[in-house]
Design a protein around this ligand. Structure first.
Ligand code: 3PY
Ligand code: MG
Length: 258
């Protein structure tokens, strides 16, 4: 069983830097874990990563430092329960639009009496060997980050943040742009203002504000931090691979032509 420290950092308002996995191969998890991120989120909403693959990713990260997180496929009790049992130290829950939906996500992630998480011997309690220890700490160490990615979510942000057990939010700018009727226009002033409103609300509520800087640059990270974001995903495995491959190929073609 792992002693979760990510929850403490996130709740203390420290900036944590994570990254995002779309490919379900454990080698990717090993390489990214060795790079030293604070957390690594496996995306089960928009990829083919299933429970078997996530278990492999969690095993690959184990003992290397970063906390395994999962963006679950939907705000669903069983989806949340299974990833927590298989090695996630927290969940990122998509499309949370209301306090009721935030409460459902928290309930799924917490054992009774705070929630409805089911009990079982599982990977997270070393198949029962550390059952009591894990039970004693899980409700306070498991992170629940809800995604704000709709106009409704933005309008309800203060009430969502007030839900006990919500540790922070993570912005989904693409779905948000769709819900504002300007799909894909994530840099539109309307979406920028909505994101800024969410970050300010998080600061006031003392909860983490999360954002994904898909194409990392010093300027983009500085802007995110200056805007009040504290829970920052940097890059995506597939994008890292594509960018490095294109850069190497350009370098090779340029050099070969010399
Ligand atoms: C969105 O932009 O909607 C996302 O979910 C990004 O991860
Ligand atoms: Mg989304």
């Amino acid at each position: 069983m792992k002693q979760a420290t990510l929850a403490t950092k996130v709740r203390n308002g420290e900036v944590t830097i994570g990254t995002w996995i779309q490919a379900g191969h454990p080698t990717i998890a090993e390489v990214l874990a060795e790079a030293g991120f604070d957390w690594i989120a496996a995306d089960c909403e928009h990829t083919d990563i299933d429970m078997t693959q996530f278990a492999g990713l969690a095993r690959a990260m184990y003992g290397r430092g970063p906390a395994p997180l999962v963006r679950v496929r939907e705000n669903d009790t069983l989806a949340i329960r299974q990833v927590l049992d298989m090695g996630a130290e927290g969940v990122i829950v998509p499309l949370v639009n209301s306090p009721a939906e935030a409460e459902a996500a928290v309930r799924a992630a917490k054992y009774p009496p705070q929630g409805v998480r089911g009990f079982a011997f599982s990977r997270m309690n070393d198949w029962g060997e550390t059952f009591e220890d894990y039970l004693a700490q899980a409700n306070s160490t498991v992170l629940v980050i809800v995604m704000i990615e709709s106009r409704e979510g933005v309008e309800n942000i203060d009430d969502i943040l007030a839900v006990p057990g919500v540790d922070g939010v993570f912005i989904g700018p693409y779905d948000m742009s769709g819900s504002y009727g300007i799909p894909g226009q994530t840099q539109d002033p309307i979406i920028k203002a909505a994101c800024a409103q969410v970050a300010v609300a998080c600061k006031q509520a003392g909860k983490a504000a999360g954002i994904h800087v898909v194409l990392p640059s010093a300027a983009a990270i500085q802007e995110a931090v200056a805007d009040g974001f504290t829970f920052i995903a940097v890059g995506v495995d597939t994008v890292f691979l594509a960018e490095a491959a294109k850069s190497a190929l350009t370098c090779a073609r340029t050099a070969a032509a010399l």
